[in-house]
Design a binder for this molecule. Structure first.
Ligand SMILES: [Zn+2]
Length: 169
């Protein structure tokens, strides 16, 4: 696996590993038709994650040397989360289980931006930070969060360290 592919897919595939989901990763290229004949090529690298049900999920993984962003990790986690839920790869639509509301809904991946978590008015926080201020903030993490409350449960890739859902009764 290329380092870019591993960086984009690694976190969510770690969670697949800890949940016992089998898969095979196929790397591919999708050359951009808009590239000039000379000069840098902007071919997009694609990885397809094949699962036991015969379905493949395509994920953009970035060209060699291209910085891997949290948004790319989020897009990969989102696509592969959909593959598990919609394909019922684990026989359930509640993967990963929400520890706050067991049995009702899955966790969903989202960006976790530490500087914004403390805001009491997240809806108003969409204004871009001023340039110098933004530099001080760390890159956002990608987390599994409760779809109902938005509460972050753990980082994507660290599901294995979250206590298992307790069976009711
Ligand atoms: Zn929940």
């Amino acid at each position: 696996m290329r380092p870019e592919t591993a960086a984009v897919l690694g976190p969510v595939l770690r969670d697949w590993d800890s949940s016992g989901i089998g898969y095979r990763v196929q790397e591919d290229w999708a050359p951009s038709p808009y590239d000039p004949p000379c000069g840098p090529r902007s071919a997009a690298a694609v990885a397809v994650v094949w699962t036991a049900d015969g379905c493949g999920t395509g994920v953009l993984t970035g060209a060699p040397g291209e910085p891997v962003t949290a948004q790319m990790v989020l897009a990969a986690a989102d696509a592969l989360h959909d593959a598990v839920v919609e394909g019922r790869l684990l026989g359930t639509t509640t993967w990963p289980p929400c520890p706050l509301h067991p049995g009702t809904h899955p966790l969903t991946p989202r960006l976790h931006e530490p500087d914004r978590e403390q805001s009491r008015h997240p809806g108003r926080d969409l204004h871009p930070h001023p340039g110098p201020d933004r530099v001080r903030h760390p890159d956002p993490d990608v987390v599994w969060a409760c779809a109902r409350t938005g509460q972050a449960v753990c980082r994507v890739g660290e599901l294995g360290s979250v206590p298992a859902e307790r069976a009711p009764g």
